[in-house]
Design a protein around this ligand. Structure first.
Ligand SMILES: O=c1[nH]cnc2c1ncn2[C@H]1C[C@H](O)[C@@H](CO)O1
Ligand SMILES: [Zn+2]
Length: 330
């Protein structure tokens, strides 16, 4: 299949993990930041190394991009550029996530941060054949109060380009208990809910995310394989899994593409979707994720279509918008 040409949907893409190295260098120079000044050095710092041994090590690659995402202008720019990069490979719909908590170092308010990325997104939507929405991620190592602040301050943007909240960062067993209150509030306000869970061996976190937090989708969920409860919940309630194969290899969730459970899940009628996670940190694109999965499992056109349609179903958009996305693959 010519995946570059095929219509694609990315429901799990972190803004801060998807910056162009050239842009990072530009912002460093413009803002006179005392950071790496060579393009090659930057590229290296932005990408998870082959030797990456865990999610925690993978997460260290975010320090540099976060350092250059601290002004309105720079947030608007990186948001626009991610939309542009996605449009160039025929992604027709993208849900971009980021954690506003990490962009206050130069004094921006949550409102200014969200407004800036939304402006970049809408500028790109006017030029390219792509639509997007934002997901507000809350860092799991921060407090429930901090997550509540994001839920409260992001509320005014629901339906204006913000659709959901997420929990992300390092994963420890039982993390969901801490976030019951903010996620309950989020649901009451009308946010949709997706949660990173089951990425580092703890299948039970997936069951908790669904039962305690009302997660409608799960980021990764690879380790439902080691919790019968989680597996059955995901299967029976048709909870979509946002699968990101390359990222899972880098964080050592799986050994290689061929050993990824995505195809077993698909054959067992679990609702899998295919996504990038981080275009720069994982040095990938949607096209590349599709190619790798096609190669590993001899994916047929009908199977790719099924996965694309799963993403349409799972997207946090209206029925009319879903219908438009279905038209692309007819
Ligand atoms: O795959 C991931 N799992 C958990 N957290 C992640 C992953 N990729 C990125 N993040 C974190 C690092 C970013 O700074 C944050 C917000 O996008 O989300
Ligand atoms: Zn992620």
């Amino acid at each position: 299949m010519n995946f570059n040409k095929m219509p694609k949907i990315d429901l799990h893409c972190h803004l801060d993990g998807s910056l162009r190295a050239e842009t990072v260098l530009d912002i460093i120079k413009k803002n006179r930041l005392e950071l790496t000044q060579s393009l090659e050095g930057i590229r290296k710092q932005l990408t998870a190394p082959l030797s990456c041994s865990s999610l925690d090590e993978y997460l260290r690659c975010f320090d540099l991009p976060i350092a250059v995402m601290q002004t309105k202008e720079d947030l608007e720019r990186v948001s626009f550029e991610l939309m542009e990069d996605a449009a160039m490979e025929n992604i027709k719909y993208i849900e971009i996530r980021f954690a506003p908590q990490q962009h206050t170092k130069e004094g921006l308010t949550t409102k200014e941060i969200i407004q800036s990325v939304l402006q970049g997104m809408s500028r790109a939507e006017k030029i390219y054949d792509i639509k997007g929405n934002y997901i507000l991620s809350c860092m799991r190592h921060l407090s429930a109060e901090s997550a509540m602040k994001i839920v409260e301050e992001g509320k005014q943007f629901i339906g204006q380009g913000v659709v959901a909240v997420d929990l992300c960062g390092g994963e420890v067993a039982g993390f969901c208990h801490k976030f019951i209150e903010p996620m309950k509030k989020a649901r009451e306000y009308g946010y949709r809910i997706t949660v990173h869970a089951g990425e580092t061996g703890i299948g039970q976190n997936v069951a908790d995310a669904i039962e305690l937090l009302g997660a409608e989708r799960i980021g990764h969920g690879v380790f439902i394989t080691n919790s019968r409860e989680a597996y059955n919940l995901v299967k029976e309630r048709k909870i979509p899994l946002e699968i990101c194969p390359t990222s899972n290899i880098q964080t050592k969730a799986v050994k290689n593409y061929g050993e990824h459970p995505i195809y077993d899940f698909y054959n067992d009628e679990i609702m899998v979707t295919l996504n990038t996670d981080n275009r720069t940190v994982s040095d990938t694109t949607m096209t590349e994720e599709c190619i790798q999965i096609e190669k590993a499992f001899h994916l047929k056109k009908e199977e790719y279509t099924d996965i694309y349609l799963n993403s349409v179903e799972a997207a946090f958009i209206s029925e009319d918008e879903k219908q438009k996305l279905r038209e692309y693959i007819k």
